[in-house]
Ligand binder design. Structure first.
Ligand code: SME
Length: 138
């Protein structure tokens, strides 16, 4: 695995593995709570760079998950009012919160260029990924 053994490098490797191996995962990233601030910060990602490296709690799909503590599956981003567009190519998004000792400390965020691609299996798979990641970052 590239990126050495740093947490950052390991998370980037996970993002790349997911983005390269699931054809409808076009952008994969991990956001984490930024210190004591009420905002998320992008830590690692695979795909096109985004301007949205800081997202206030409550804003966009990611910010909503920071406060809801629940998975958010968006089959059609155009139907969402509270949505932050990172690329005009994105049609759908899934965000799954990441818990350490029961606390929502961040999330995995995946954008897709395919319409309505995410199923319950993606949710379960990403929950499993996040449980593994919780052991790296926790
Ligand atoms: N679309 C997200 C912003 C992050 S980008 O997808 C990388 C949102 O609405 O929160």
């Amino acid at each position: 695995i590239g990126g050495g053994t740093s947490v950052e490098g390991r998370l980037t490797a996970i993002c790349e593995l997911l983005q390269e191996n699931v054809d409808y995962y076009d952008w994969v990233g991990f956001y984490f709570k930024n210190g004591n601030k009420e905002e998320l910060k992008l830590h690692s990602f695979a795909g096109e760079p985004t301007d949205h490296t800081i997202i206030p709690f409550g804003k966009g799909i990611c910010g909503q998950v920071a406060v809801s503590n629940e998975n958010f599956v968006v089959p059609d981003v155009k139907a969402q009012d509270n949505y932050i567009a990172c690329s005009i190519n994105v049609k759908a998004e899934i965000v799954v919160p990441l818990f350490v000792d029961g606390e929502n400390i961040g999330q995995i965020d995946i954008d897709s260029h395919t319409a309505d691609p995410f199923s319950k299996e993606d949710e379960e798979f990403l929950e499993w990924v996040n449980k593994k990641v919780a052991r790296i970052v926790g």
